[in-house]
Design a protein around this ligand. Structure first.
Ligand code: FE2
Ligand code: FE2
Length: 136
């Protein structure tokens, strides 16, 4: 399991979304690395990719709403990071479709998605929790 309890923000709804994101990314990576031809693997990966496109947007919106509710001063910067990620996911997804489900594109995407998720949740999202704690 890639999720670590230290990633928790202490906001149950957000923590649940983070866990779900980690679960999905993990199963995405497992599918990428599993045996079998790309033709066999592609449908499951496409499904996860479609889910991520929707879920990431939903999660970012909820997390941004939470930031506003506590007057988090890093809100604008954080929102830019989220928007950058949404743009990246949509861009890869379009490229992937145009390429006719190119495997290399998805392999590269899997690695970057995991790195982004860990860095973002462990560092940027934690700053929100730090602020909330300080504020009391
Ligand atoms: Fe988050
Ligand atoms: Fe975030």
């Amino acid at each position: 399991m890639l999720w670590k309890d230290q990633y928790e923000l202490g906001v149950p709804s957000i923590d649940e979304q983070h866990k779900e994101l980690f679960r999905r990314v993990e199963s995405f990576l497992q599918a990428l690395r599993s045996a079998g031809s790309w033709e066999e693997k592609a449908p499951r990966l496409n499904e996860t990719l479609e889910f991520m496109k929707g879920y990431v947007v939903e999660h970012f919106r909820d997390e941004e709403e939470y930031q506003l509710s506590i007057n988090y001063p890093g809100y604008e910067h954080h929102k830019q990071l989220h928007n950058g990620m949404v743009d990246y996911v949509l861009e890869v997804s379009e490229q992937y479709e145009r390429s006719g489900n190119n495997e290399d594109l998805m392999q590269q995407f899997g690695g970057r998605l995991l790195a982004w998720l860990i860095n973002h949740v462990a560092a940027e999202d934690q700053r929100i929790a730090d602020y909330a704690r300080k504020k009391g």
